[in-house]
Write a protein that binds this ligand. Structure first.
Ligand SMILES: Cc1cc2nc3c(=O)[nH]c(=O)nc-3n(C[C@H](O)[C@H](O)[C@H](O)COP(=O)(O)O)c2cc1C
Length: 427
């Protein structure tokens, strides 16, 4: 059972979260430099339990686990549930000014199971959705944000927003979500279906010129930290990420779903998810996207490390997280936080307890006391293929040199004499 590492306060009647509450830090206005350490490894020897808490863009979270934008953050009831279960932060389902333009269809999900096509028993490894952003009226979503911030002033609530290519619309949306007291904004530049038809979501994330302009509008207006959520459906994800940061965003979140066609029924010959006999390409998530997400986060982390002052920016890893180990991998690449969406749809809100327990086990095994002790520790071990070849040739040369023993009798030394003899014995 996990023991959450944040301060216990007198139980009050607002929350049944076992009396845990975060220390409220000063509102993370954009001028506040976040307390951060660069990517480095520090193993500590103290006997205390690992501390799972993280500081991100000026706000503190009890653990790095964040509800990713989607069904698990779609209304007051489920977001409240996420806070009660102990999630580090909640990112609400993406909102826009006019929900009347958002019309969903059902069925809107289709799953991929390991094993033969159609096998109902295999483990679920892939998930496609053709769900749009929130179809609930903005006024209602805003009231719910306000209510949640009233009930949980110490918890981190992030609004996810998306608008059309229109400066005034973005400004109005930012103004309205900020008035609810949310802690930060995540900008959805990445939904791969439906919204691009209106020049929204992935249409912006794939077009660097448009993204730069829209980020300029957003960052001139927003007073809370802004994360830009990237689409993996692009050749080089570092290009839009770099522009988002250089135009003022405080963080990058990656990845949103990967454009996909989940499959075709071999009985009906119709594609899935099948709506009145037809389908449309959707967004792929769940375990199968995890390696792709790791590659994208690795590239972004390398870019951030070499081009930006890390202490001012944050990175949120997303994609296929169902275990503490999956999350650790993102953190080892440099992520400050890890988002989970499909995992919650499959396993429920209690998943956060398992994630925290497994993260803690990992930290205990390596004697890491804080997340900063290992954040980014694996990043230096990525290099180019040319460099791998060079390293391997060097290693082979050294192994051969060891086997060959001394090249000349002049190389015998007194101290290494026995080892030098051994190096020339054949059995
Ligand atoms: C059903 C569904 C709806 C989603 N809706 C949104 C959304 O409204 N806004 C957004 O930014 N991402 C949305 N996402 C993407 C997720 O937040 C996440 O980036 C992606 O699914 C990969 O993470 P996962 O494997 O943990 O689900 C949605 C994902 C799913 C599965």
């Amino acid at each position: 059972m996990v023991s959450l590492q944040f301060s216990r306060v007198a139980h009050d009647n607002r929350s049944s979260l076992a009396g845990f509450a975060l220390t409220r830090h000063a509102a993370p206005r954009r001028s506040t430099p976040p307390a951060r350490v660069g990517f480095q490894v520090r193993a500590s020897n103290s006997q205390t339990d690992p501390d799972l808490s993280v500081s991100v863009n000026g706000f503190r979270m009890p653990n790095p686990f964040v509800i990713g934008s989607g069904p698990p953050g779609t209304n007051y009831t489920v977001m409240k549930r996420a806070f009660e279960e102990g999630w580090g932060a909640v990112i609400a389902k993406t909102v826009s000014l006019d929900a009347a333009k958002v019309i969903n269809v059902t069925p809107r999900y289709a799953r991929l199971r390991a094993g033969a096509n159609g096998s109902a028993k295999g483990q679920i490894i892939g998930w496609e959705n053709i769900e749009l952003i929130s179809d609930r009226p903005l006024e209602i979503m805003l009231k719910e944000f306000e209510q949640l911030k009233k009930e949980y002033p110490d918890r981190i609530l992030i609004a996810s927003i998306m608008e059309e290519y229109n400066k005034a619309a973005w400004e109005e949306l930012i103004d309205r979500v900020e008035q609810t007291g949310i802690d930060a904004i995540e900008v959805n530049f990445s939904c791969p279906h439906g919204m691009p038809e209106r020049k929204m979501g992935m249409a912006v994330g794939q077009d660097c010129a448009m993204l730069e302009e829209v980020c300029g509008w957003i960052n001139a207006k927003a007073t809370v930290p802004v994360w830009a959520k990237m689409t993996p459906n692009i050749t080089d994800i570092t290009a839009p990420a770099r522009l988002a940061l250089s135009t003022g965003c405080e963080g990058i979140a990656a990845i949103n779903t990967i454009q996909s066609v989940m499959g075709i029924s071999l009985d009906t010959l119709r594609p899935e998810p099948c709506v009145e006999g037809y389908s449309t390409p959707g967004g792929y998530s769940c375990k199968a996207v995890h390696p792709i997400a790791l590659a994208k986060v690795m590239s972004i982390a390398q870019m951030m490390k070499s081009e930006f002052n890390l202490k001012d920016y944050s990175l949120s890893g997303i994609g296929g997280v169902e275990t503490g180990g999956d999350a650790v991998e993102f953190i080892l690449l440099g992520a400050n936080t890890v988002q989970v969406c499909t995992g919650v749809m499959m396993h429920g809100y209690g998943l956060v307890k398992k994630l925290c327990a497994e993260l803690k086990d990992f930290m205990e095994k390596h004697n890491f006391k804080t997340i900063e002790d290992f954040r980014g520790a694996s990043l230096p071990y990525f290099t180019t293929h040319t460099e791998l070849v060079r390293r391997q040739q060097e290693a082979i040369r050294q192994r051969k040199a060891v086997k060959k023993g001394l090249e000349s009798d002049k190389d015998w030394t007194g101290d290494g004499f026995v080892k030098e003899t051994e190096s020339m014995v054949s059995n």
